[in-house]
Ligand binder design. Sequence first.
Ligand code: AN0
Ligand code: CP
Length: 315
Amino acid sequence: MKLFSSVNDVANINYLVKEALELKKNPFAFQHLGKNKTIGLVFMNPSLRTRMSTQKAATNLGMNVMVLNIDKEGWALELRDGVKMDGTSVEHIREAAAVMGQYVDILGLRSFPSLKDREADYGEEIFNKFVELCGVPVISLESATRHPLQSLADLITIEELKTKPRPKVVLSWAPHVKALPQAVPNSFSEWMCKADVDFTIAHPAGLELSEEFTQGANITHNQQSALADADFIYVKNWSAFEPYGKVIPSHEDWMLTNDKLRITNNAKVMHCLPVRRDLELSAEILDGPNSIVIKEASNREWAAQAVLKQMLESL
Ligand code: AN0
Ligand code: CP
């Protein structure tokens, strides 16, 4: 694998999940693969899980790891072409990305959307520039429109914990006070649409995701009907796709509570984290027996390791 930016870069998702579960049983079996190979993890935005799990995964494979929190520790980057750099940016993405490619065999990049310019965000302008300019395989650590390492970890978690061959999985929108990206729900949706699950998305009117990611999903504005008989509920806030990046207020009643779980099939509750307690998701669920959020975060390590293994094999 030379690029991991979406589910479309994966030849066989079932095989990738199987590989991840095998690595979980035997994490150090492929240490020789990464010997004398270096990965650079470049963050243009904050991270806890992606940074730590990907670093751990690379180390398990014997790789050297360099982390650059470019938003805090790097030079201010100019991302636009054709501008005279007489403002605050110090270095152009053209030099920065090309130089990074000199030091690493694989580059990981996190670049969130602006949530202001939909065309630039959905054109993945920053991520694609890095891919074009760095000259080495690139792994997404969450781009403007997708978070594939998260979605793979989510699928691994569902595969591990399902109690029937084709579980009912519900992506349920949650309230928030800030405008968050659509990357996690877009990505979760496109992975679930390819997985062997019965998939429903529930959100208030006006929070439709881009149809590019939801082909094959059942979509409803009725949270209660969606939750009936659910085996897994994936809780996540996102801002509007249209009007782009807007927070649509007064939907506090969409927060998931123990009471709402009563009509489900004792559903397991997921969230990519970080989560705001008692705003997005009730503390009673997070602290209760239905929450699988820590297991899900734990599986980020095996998701990253399975992808890095396939990348190392194709170097
Ligand atoms: C980010 C998001 O919603 O895309 C990262 C989640 C992994 N979340 C926040 O900014 C709170
Ligand atoms: N879920 C996730 O990607 O978490 P971080 O933003 O902390 O990496």
